[in-house]
Design a binder for this molecule. Sequence first.
Ligand SMILES: Nc1ncnc2c1ncn2[C@@H]1O[C@H](COP(=O)(O)OP(=O)(O)OP(=O)(O)O)[C@@H](O)[C@H]1O
Ligand SMILES: [Mg+2]
Ligand SMILES: [Mg+2]
Length: 301
Amino acid sequence: MKIAILSRNPKLYSTRRLVEAAKNRGHEVRVIDALRCYMNIASHNPQIHYRGEVLENFDAVIPRIGASITFYGTAVLRQFEMMNVYPLNESVAISRSRDKLRSLQLLSRRGIGLPVTSFAHSPDDIEDLLSIVGGAPAVIKLLEGTQGVGVVLAETNQAAESVIQAFMGLKQHILVQEFIKEAKGADIRAFVVGGKVVAAMKRQAKDGEFRSNLHRGGSAALCRITPEERTTALRAAKVMGLNVCGVDLLRSNHGSVVMEVNSSPGLEGIEAASGKDIADLIIEFIEKNAKPNRTQTKGQG
Ligand SMILES: Nc1ncnc2c1ncn2[C@@H]1O[C@H](COP(=O)(O)OP(=O)(O)OP(=O)(O)O)[C@@H](O)[C@H]1O
Ligand SMILES: [Mg+2]
Ligand SMILES: [Mg+2]
């Protein structure tokens, strides 16, 4: 097969591993920077051009689209779909997963357990907004944040109100969540490939920190998940329409709840923790599924 990897940087661990796995399995593989692609869209013969060349005859495309380039990255992916190239994850599913509010609403509609959550833009009654999640302690998040930046734990109602006011001043959407204290600074990442949880890890925040992000000094270790957690992760992946994703769960005293679903989950942490060749499993999934019209949008984006 001829496989394209949409990635801005061939040196990134996940990109390198996918290239390696594809080559090991006998495929031709090329890393393409989505931002450098340009396209002829008003044509019966959709094309993607790249550095003066027309990209042709790809069987599959692996999107590794960073949060900062979601808009253009998904447009390029959609173009591949229009050319009948099989996407590991579809553009519509990636767009859906990048909108946190929409994702939480979709998951909630299908009855998937979530932390009690409220969201707002410019609430006139902050006290009421807070009361929805049972008051402090509460976690307040900037919607645009990544790697734990913009996620704040407010221990008192007063602190929570100040943080919400500060975020309002930034004209941002605000997400307010019950603080799952029982999780003790840990979350679970369940890595899903093609309807199976292929590995899971527990990320533990460093001392004195509640955010388990590895970028915030957290550490990862292999972990065993319960059958319920497995089912929840698979259902969440299905609702989001993602073949490959990282489902992040918090262990709360009302069950394990989904915090977020990541459509371009990194391979480094999970391969190190599990000792598994996840990149190989991803390529294997593509081999089995990369046929025209295998996607929900039938290649129409
Ligand atoms: N409601 C909560 N209760 C307890 N801990 C939480 C809660 N929400 C978030 N956390 C902790 O904070 C960390 C960061 O939160 P979250 O994943 O929502 O934001 P983010 O990591 O910045 O976003 P992204 O993963 O998209 O980059 C989580 O990994 C988790 O450890
Ligand atoms: Mg996170
Ligand atoms: Mg997140």
